[in-house]
Design a protein around this ligand. Structure first.
Ligand code: ZN
Length: 119
Protein backbone atom coordinates (compact mmCIF):
# COMPACT_ATOMS: atom_id res chain seq x y z
CA UNK A 1 0.00 0.00 0.00
CA UNK A 2 1.35 3.41 -0.99
CA UNK A 3 1.62 5.79 1.97
CA UNK A 4 -0.05 9.18 2.02
CA UNK A 5 2.33 11.45 0.05
CA UNK A 6 1.98 14.33 2.51
CA UNK A 7 2.81 12.13 5.49
CA UNK A 8 5.67 10.43 3.65
CA UNK A 9 7.02 13.81 2.57
CA UNK A 10 6.72 15.51 5.95
CA UNK A 11 8.48 12.60 7.63
CA UNK A 12 11.09 12.55 4.81
CA UNK A 13 10.39 8.91 4.01
CA UNK A 14 10.27 7.01 0.72
CA UNK A 15 7.11 7.89 -1.25
CA UNK A 16 6.63 4.27 -2.32
CA UNK A 17 6.91 2.40 0.98
CA UNK A 18 7.00 5.12 3.66
CA UNK A 19 9.85 3.31 5.44
CA UNK A 20 13.29 4.15 4.01
CA UNK A 21 14.82 7.61 4.36
CA UNK A 22 14.21 9.92 1.41
CA UNK A 23 17.32 12.04 1.96
CA UNK A 24 20.99 11.24 2.17
CA UNK A 25 22.02 14.37 4.06
CA UNK A 26 20.09 17.58 4.67
CA UNK A 27 18.61 18.08 1.18
CA UNK A 28 20.42 15.53 -1.03
CA UNK A 29 17.99 12.89 -2.24
CA UNK A 30 19.13 9.32 -1.64
CA UNK A 31 20.02 7.28 -4.73
CA UNK A 32 17.55 4.53 -3.79
CA UNK A 33 15.27 3.56 -0.95
CA UNK A 34 17.00 1.38 1.63
CA UNK A 35 13.74 -0.41 2.45
CA UNK A 36 12.10 -1.13 -0.93
CA UNK A 37 14.88 -0.34 -3.41
CA UNK A 38 12.93 2.37 -5.29
CA UNK A 39 15.27 4.24 -7.63
CA UNK A 40 15.24 7.85 -6.44
CA UNK A 41 18.14 9.00 -8.61
CA UNK A 42 15.81 10.71 -11.13
CA UNK A 43 13.78 12.53 -8.45
CA UNK A 44 14.12 16.27 -8.96
CA UNK A 45 11.98 18.92 -7.30
CA UNK A 46 14.01 21.76 -8.81
CA UNK A 47 13.53 25.14 -7.13
CA UNK A 48 9.90 24.44 -6.23
CA UNK A 49 10.31 23.88 -2.48
CA UNK A 50 12.59 26.91 -2.08
CA UNK A 51 10.15 29.19 -3.90
CA UNK A 52 7.18 28.12 -1.79
CA UNK A 53 9.14 28.34 1.46
CA UNK A 54 10.52 31.79 0.64
CA UNK A 55 7.01 33.02 -0.15
CA UNK A 56 5.48 31.54 3.01
CA UNK A 57 8.29 32.62 5.33
CA UNK A 58 8.45 36.01 3.64
CA UNK A 59 4.77 36.66 4.28
CA UNK A 60 4.96 35.49 7.91
CA UNK A 61 8.12 37.46 8.73
CA UNK A 62 7.20 40.63 6.82
CA UNK A 63 3.70 40.90 8.28
CA UNK A 64 5.00 40.11 11.76
CA UNK A 65 7.67 42.79 11.42
CA UNK A 66 5.10 45.24 10.07
CA UNK A 67 2.71 44.52 12.94
CA UNK A 68 5.53 44.90 15.48
CA UNK A 69 6.59 48.22 13.96
CA UNK A 70 3.07 49.62 13.92
CA UNK A 71 2.15 48.36 17.38
CA UNK A 72 5.37 48.93 19.34
CA UNK A 73 7.71 51.19 17.28
CA UNK A 74 10.89 49.35 18.40
CA UNK A 75 14.35 50.50 17.27
CA UNK A 76 15.71 48.99 14.05
CA UNK A 77 18.17 46.71 15.88
CA UNK A 78 15.22 44.93 17.53
CA UNK A 79 13.82 44.09 14.11
CA UNK A 80 17.22 42.81 12.96
CA UNK A 81 17.71 40.67 16.08
CA UNK A 82 14.23 39.13 15.86
CA UNK A 83 13.32 38.79 12.20
CA UNK A 84 16.57 37.84 10.48
CA UNK A 85 17.26 34.80 12.69
CA UNK A 86 13.56 33.84 12.63
CA UNK A 87 13.54 33.92 8.81
CA UNK A 88 16.67 31.77 8.63
CA UNK A 89 15.37 29.29 11.20
CA UNK A 90 11.98 28.96 9.52
CA UNK A 91 13.52 28.44 6.07
CA UNK A 92 15.95 25.82 7.35
CA UNK A 93 13.25 24.06 9.36
CA UNK A 94 10.64 23.97 6.59
CA UNK A 95 12.76 23.34 3.49
CA UNK A 96 13.55 19.67 4.07
CA UNK A 97 10.00 18.46 4.87
CA UNK A 98 8.54 20.60 2.10
CA UNK A 99 11.01 19.18 -0.42
CA UNK A 100 9.96 15.75 0.81
CA UNK A 101 6.30 16.59 0.20
CA UNK A 102 7.02 17.87 -3.30
CA UNK A 103 9.02 14.76 -4.20
CA UNK A 104 6.33 12.50 -2.75
CA UNK A 105 3.62 14.37 -4.67
CA UNK A 106 5.61 14.02 -7.90
CA UNK A 107 5.90 10.30 -7.27
CA UNK A 108 2.21 10.00 -6.31
CA UNK A 109 1.05 11.80 -9.47
CA UNK A 110 3.59 9.93 -11.63
CA UNK A 111 5.30 13.13 -12.78
CA UNK A 112 8.17 12.82 -15.22
CA UNK A 113 10.36 14.68 -12.68
CA UNK A 114 9.97 11.69 -10.34
CA UNK A 115 11.44 9.36 -12.91
CA UNK A 116 8.23 8.21 -14.58
CA UNK A 117 8.28 8.04 -18.35
CA UNK A 118 6.25 10.61 -20.26
CA UNK A 119 3.09 9.22 -21.76
ZN1 ZN B 1 10.87 2.67 -0.21
Amino acid sequence: MTPNPVVAGLTCRCPACGQGPLFDGYLKVAKHCEACGLDLSAADSGDGPAVFIVLVVGVVVCFSALFTEIAFHPPVWVHLVIWLPLAAILVLALLRPFKGVMLAMQFHHKASEAGHDDV
